[in-house]
Design a protein around this ligand. Sequence first.
Ligand code: ATP
Ligand code: MG
Length: 400
Amino acid sequence: MDKRIRQLAQASPRLGRYDKEKPHVASRISGYEVGLGVRNVKRVQELTPTENRAAARLEGKTLPGGWVVVGKIAQPLGATGGCFSFGYLVETSDGRKGFLKALDYSAAFSSQDPPISVALQQLTESINFEKYVLARCRDRGLDRIVISIADGTFTDGRAGIDTVEYLIFELADGDARNHMAIVSKVDLVWRFKTLHHIATGLEQLHRNDIVHQDLKPSNVLVFNHDHSKLADFGRAACAGQNPPHACLVFPGDWTYAPPDVLYEFCLPDLQIRQLSFDAYLLGSMVVFFFTGAGTTALLLHEMDPAYADWQHFNGNVDDAKLHLRDAFGKALAKIQIDIPETCRADVIPIIQQLCDPDPSLRGHPGEKRGSLSQFSLERYVTRFDLLLKRAEVGLFGTLV
Ligand SMILES: Nc1ncnc2c1ncn2[C@@H]1O[C@H](COP(=O)(O)OP(=O)(O)OP(=O)(O)O)[C@@H](O)[C@H]1O
Ligand SMILES: [Mg+2]
């Protein structure tokens, strides 16, 4: 892959920076929600140093159900409803292991804008939403979705501000981003198998009236190097639920946002639009597995400089579409260099269909445009399965 593109992708800023001119499309800012009051939350952050927060002090504690918190797995994770969460390894006395995701109410308790009551309400609604979606997936037996084993609250100190909300998941080796970085032999079999598992997971969600909206390498968990599941439902949408982030056009990570979100020409129908996002994000995972970067970063890199600064774009949408089409062609020409020749003719059409910058043209050409089926992922599940089988029997050679 082009060195400059790789650097760009690695240094890629959080594209979801707050823009006063486009508050309705604003997403996460340094892990915080616009809805929780950016300036105020920044002050709160200073008032509540990370290391003093109850969710950051769980090491050595025993939680209900006999789960012992063994140690931190990562630095503060992302944000759920405006508060950073923390990841830990947990274990029971009979040797069961799990991944604990914990967060507390301290930031909400110090909030001035919105008032504490609203901040707390938003936070609890966000957590309850994530728990609801995970329980729905578990109860319906969706086998490509991470299983939440337990959840609850734990207080060590003052009730409320030192109360921790937690979820315990089956323990993975790590996420796809880490996995690609540390495992030297990420071969074609692994890539197609993981893409098959991701597409299957998304398809399972869609069948159960859930859209993910935040599919990216760090939200794909890898188990025993061999199989993968989707995680992180903090930005999802689910029929009949109305979490606080539902007011955002695109609640996911803006580094990976589809171009129709950036240039504001999303599809009008809510359900179809959300499915169009998941389709694009799936295509972006294909691109990531071959180039190390997501489609959006590569697309913006190829955009005419006068149009690349989407945050200040006030021009004609038709012009933006023309420039995006041109940039997409150039990006594809570079992406294909990173795809082994033996399977290029199979992989490129998948990227072309799933990542088309115009959502009205996105999806498999055999599906009816303008309907929910336009973004059906069934055909892609089958295609990745076929590519996996071919890779397993060595039809694509032994290229890494
Ligand atoms: N079950 C698990 N086993 C092992 N590691 C996990 C597990 N769940 C999550 N992680 C690790 O923790 C990271 C963050 O988890 P998650 O996405 O659920 O939290 P988040 O607060 O939404 O963070 P972010 O905004 O970074 O996505 C994952 O990218 C992964 O590396
Ligand atoms: Mg995540």
